[in-house]
Design a protein around this ligand. Structure first.
Ligand code: GUN
Length: 288
């Protein structure tokens, strides 16, 4: 049997319509227009596309967006000055520094410089700590988008064995944490695998839900998937054949029960959670 295709693009459209309503209501009640400032350093073509998509999504939701472009030879001091200016700017509610930064810039230091109240990526150590303690201020965008997809497609998370393949700070680690938390959208049994894991195919075959974020094209093959499992592909690999996920989609869809496509799966949901966080940031700054 062929898997159900989990259409992230269609779901994101529904969620953005809900968010546009909430944003309009917020603007009417407060007189404040939520605003996201994106900082793009250098000219990485993939980052250009991501940032453009994020801005477009803001515009369609009624959220203002500002782009700060800096050359690839920007120094740490110059970048910190921009971030600090945005931290102090009352018109800016959310700040996003697009990653990866050009070589020579210290990502950890820059992400720590973003005000935790404007940190809509949830990358600041204070916000990571709050996520770990199950009292999030902002949701980690990609993991929260995946959690929404599972919830809204009625895929049972509680008690499920979730396998996360990849241990990045942006996806793998926070994904494992939010699905293992006590409460709705959580209560899963989580295993995190990575490049040093022994017997990876055998372990993956145990998964009821397999989330793949390892950054290698077609890494997960059909023999690594339990029949009927849900497969979520976070990969975005540019290959000679074009854009390709971390999962061998054509083969795995014949084994899985449900699967996300690339593109049109996780990506649009990540951006939706960023919009949600920007609205949350505007709300927080109104009351603080
Ligand atoms: N680069 C790849 N993914 C992300 C993300 O979620 N946020 C930011 N700021 N940069 C990224």
């Amino acid at each position: 049997m062929t898997a159900t295709i989990l259409d992230g693009k269609a779901l994101a459209k529904e969620m953005r319509a809900e968010l546009a309503e909430q944003t309009a209501e917020f603007i009417q009640d407060s007189g404040v227009v939520p605003c996201l400032a994106a900082v793009l350093v250098g000219d990485d073509p993939a980052s250009e596309i991501y940032v453009r998509n994020k801005q477009k999504a803001c515009d369609r939701t009624g959220i203002e967006s500002k782009l700060h472009r800096l050359p690839s030879d920007t120094s740490m001091d110059e970048l910190l000055t921009v971030v600090n200016r945005l931290n102090r700017d009352d018109q800016v509610h959310g700040i996003l520094v697009q990653l990866p930064l050009p070589e020579g810039l210290d990502e950890t230091r820059i992400l720590k410089a973003v005000s935790p109240m404007k940190d809509v990526d949830a990358f600041h150590p204070e916000n990571v700590g709050l996520i770990v303690q199950n009292r999030p201020r902002f949701l980690p965008c990609t993991p929260a988008g995946i959690q929404q997809l599972l919830l809204r497609k009625n895929i049972e998370i509680a008690g499920a064995h979730v396998m996360v393949v990849g241990r990045s700070d942006i996806v793998g680690k926070p994904m494992g944490i939010i699905l293992m938390q006590r409460g709705p959208g959580g209560d899963a049994t989580v295993t995190v695998c990575h490049s040093r894991t022994k017997n990876l195919p055998e372990i993956c075959r145990e998964a009821d839900i397999l989330v793949v974020a390892i950054g290698r094209a077609k890494f997960v093959t059909a023999d690594m998937v339990k029949p009927g499992a849900t497969v979520v592909d976070v990969g975005m690999n540019r290959t000679e054949e074009g854009l390709c996920g971390d999962v061998d989609f054509e083969a795995v869809k014949e084994v899985a029960g449900a699967i996300t496509p690339v593109p049109g799966g996780v990506g649009p949901l990540t951006i939706t959670m960023l919009l949600q966080n920007t609205l949350t940031a505007a709300r927080l700054q109104l009351t603080s």
